[in-house]
Ligand binder design. Structure first.
Ligand SMILES: [Zn+2]
Length: 373
């Protein structure tokens, strides 16, 4: 099997030149529909636009295969971060860059180009394979919105692989934290700060005492917590009666994460009460985390697929979330694999061509291993 490097690059360049900033997926989605249909796949839209308010529906593209083999899915997202309009890709020094005024969009159009090249290779080399499903989501960059709306019951595959991690090909993500978002409102009592300060209860002093007593930063090897935003106050002569705080906690351990969130909530409420004020804390779980080990079937398949392709693999834990979190949370074990891109979410983003080719070989290796198992 030999990856057609020119074809891969040409496809990628075509993809990144179709603008698709998050919420504006309306131009690229029809292109993808047509492209996957032309490759002989069954393409379905999931009709979640009404629910998400985003620019397009998610796509599920199915390449029918041998019914005796386990079906698997690959996933990537069609949206990009900003600035992602009018991307001008440039090839230099063995990599693809933008012209420096926009992102490149390898995150995650590299994933889509890998899928398309994989399909073409399987077809032209007449490779036996199981059914392959390709889930291409919208709105990944703004809170995994498309994946959250996607119905995993529409998948035949018991597990899958997200093609959306940076760095050299070989990394298999075995863990990603559950993330919590905390909206905190501290209520004090207002008073004239010069005439009658003793009549007031300062919301910022409550917050300051509470935060002082709170465990923040790296809590343990699984858990982190951070105060991200504070806002309140009107004038220097008014005792501050309201203060808003936005915070987060993340953990690879559901127990430790829940305990940390409870600790933060309890501290705000207790300290506010002790000082004569009150606090309201709204906790939102943004997404579930996951934690696998080397023996988890989806991890084993990824590692064996890479071995087959001659790629050295290693396991890693991520501090962030991806669509894999959502698929896992909905009961489809999914790992996120590195595909080579670098410096994402910046105008310096680039895609090393050698890694790009390796990423296709990796996907091909996974398909071959599943077919042989
Ligand atoms: Zn991404």
């Amino acid at each position: 099997m030999k990856v057609n490097q020119e074809r891969l690059i040409a496809q990628f360049i075509e993809l990144v030149q179709i603008d698709s900033e998050t919420r504006n997926e309306g131009k690229i989605q029809p292109y993808l529909k047509e492209r996957f249909t032309a490759l002989g796949l069954t393409v379905e839209e999931d009709h979640t636009m009404g629910e998400t308010g985003y620019g397009a529906n998610n796509l599920l593209c199915t390449l029918a295969g041998d019914a005796d083999m386990t079906p698997i899915f690959f996933s990537s997202h069609m949206d990009t971060v900003v600035p992602g309009v009018n991307i001008q890709p440039i090839i230099k020094d063995g990599a693809i860059y933008s012209d420096g005024t926009t992102i490149l969009g390898a995150d995650d159009k590299a994933g889509i180009a890998i899928m398309i090249e994989l399909i073409q290779l399987l077809k032209e080399e007449n490779i036996k394979h199981g059914t392959l499903e390709f889930v291409i989501t919208v709105g990944e960059e703004s809170g995994l919105v498309g994946a959250k709306a996607f119905d995993v019951n529409s998948l035949q595959s018991p597990f899958g692989f997200v093609l959306d991690t940076g760095g050299p090909v070989g990394a298999i993500t075995i863990g990603s934290p559950t993330q919590y978002h905390l909206d905190v409102m501290i209520n004090g009592v207002t008073a004239h700060a010069g005439v009658a300060p003793e009549k007031g209860v300062s919301a910022v002093q409550i917050a300051s005492n509470a935060i002082h007593q709170m465990k923040l930063g790296r809590i343990d090897d699984m858990t982190t917590a951070n105060i991200g935003f504070i806002s309140g106050g009107t004038a220097t002569n008014i005792v501050m009666d309201r203060l808003e705080i936005v915070a987060e906690a993340r953990s690879l351990s559901p127990e430790s994460g829940a305990a940390q969130v409870k600790h933060m909530e309890e501290t705000f409420i207790r300290v506010a009460k002790e000082m004569g004020g009150s606090a309201e804390v709204i906790i939102k779980k943004m997404y579930d985390g996951y934690l696998f080990d080397a023996e988890t079937p989806v991890v084993k398949m990824a590692a064996e697929g890479m071995k087959q392709a001659g790629i050295a693999s290693h396991l890693q834990k991520s501090g962030g979330g991806s669509d894999a979190n959502i698929f896992n949370g909905k009961g489809k074990p999914t790992t996120n694999l590195s595909v080579g891109y670098q410096e994402i979410h910046t105008v310096k983003e680039y895609m090393p061509i050698a890694e790009f080719v390796k990423a296709v070989e990796m996907a091909f290796g996974i398909v071959s291993v599943i077919a042989a198992s």
